[in-house]
Design a protein around this ligand. Structure first.
Ligand code: CP
Length: 315
């Protein structure tokens, strides 16, 4: 694997899930692989799980890890090419990415969308600039449009908890007070579309994801109908793709409640976290034994380790 930007680089995703399982079974088996190599983790936005799980994964492989957050540290970055830099941006991403590339063997990057300009966000300017100018393998730690490390951990978690060969997996939109990116649902859909699971997306009108991501998913506008017989409920809020970046707060009825979970086939509850309790999901659901959000977050380590190991073995 040269880079890990989306499901495209994953190849056969079940092989990668298998590698993640192997990493989980024997975390230090390849401790020599990353010796004297450096992983750089660059954050343009906050993180808990991605930062710690990716760091742990790199350490398990014997790598050195350097972490830099641009939310308070680092120079304000200009991303547009050919501009006259006489404003408040002190450094161009062309040099910044190249310099990080001088210090690191693999680079992990987190860069959220603006949610103001769909075309600009979906062109992934920050991620692509790092690919172009760093000269090093890139791991997408959540970009404007995708969060593949999360999705790999999600598929691993479903594989561990499924009780039927082809589970019914429901991605449901849920209420939220802020406008959130489409990266997690886009990526989740992109990865689940690579499996043979039954896949349903439940959402209010106007919250359709780009067809590029929703693919073969059955789209339902009635959450109760979607929940019927489900084996996994994956909750997430996202802002509108169609009316780009618009949020829709006040849809309290879309919260995942214990009452709604009764419609399912004793479904497991999933969410990438962080989650707003009693807005996205009722306490009674996330605190129940059917909630697997902590195991899902734990699996982020093995997803990251499988990806970093694959990159180390290729480059
Ligand atoms: N799920 C996830 O990516 O969590 P963080 O934003 O805390 O990294």
């Amino acid at each position: 694997m040269k880079h890990f930007l989306s499901v495209k680089e994953a190849g056969d995703i079940m092989s990668l899930v298998g590698l993640a399982k192997a990493c989980k079974a024997k975390p230090y088996e390849n401790k020599k692989l990353g010796e004297n190599k450096t992983m750089g983790l660059i954050f343009m936005n906050p993180s808990l799980r991605t930062r710690l799980s990716t760091q742990k994964a790199a350490l398990n492989l014997g790598m050195n890890v350097m972490i830099m957050s641009f939310t308070g540290e680092g120079w304000a970055l200009e991303t547009e090419e050919g501009v006259i830099m006489n404003g408040d941006k002190a450094e161009h991403i062309i040099e910044a990415a190249a310099v990080v590339g001088e210090y690191c063997d693999i680079i992990g990057l987190r860069s959220f969308p603006s949610l103001k300009d769909q075309k600009a966000d979906y062109a992934e300017p920050v991620l692509n600039a790092f690919v172009k100018y760093s000269g090093k393998p890139l791991v997408n730690m959540e970009s404007a449009t995708r969060h593949p490390l999360q999705s790999l951990a999600d598929v691993l978690t479903i594989e561990e908890f499924k009780t039927t060969e082809k589970p019914k997996v429901v991605l449901t939109w849920a209420n939220h007070p802020r406008a959130l990116p489409q990266s997690v649902p886009n990526s989740f859909a992109e990865w689940i579309n690579q499996t043979d699971y039954e896949f349903v997306i439940a959402q209010p009108e106007g919250f359709e994801l780009s067809k590029e991501f929703s693919g073969k998913a059955k789209i339902l506008y009635n959450q109760d109908e979607a929940f019927e017989g489900a084996d996994f409920i994956y909750a997430k809020n996202w802002s509108s793709y169609k009316h780009y970046g618009e949020r829709y707060f006040g849809k309290e009825s879309w919260m995942v409640s214990a009452e709604k979970m009764k419609l399912t086939n004793n479904a497991k509850f999933m969410h990438c976290l962080p989650v707003r309790r009693n807005v996205i999901v009722e306490d009674a659901v996330i605190d129940s034994t059917n909630s697997i959000v902590i195991q899902e977050a734990g699996n982020r380590v093995w997803a990251a380790q499988a990806v970093i190991q694959s990159i180390l073995q290729t480059n």
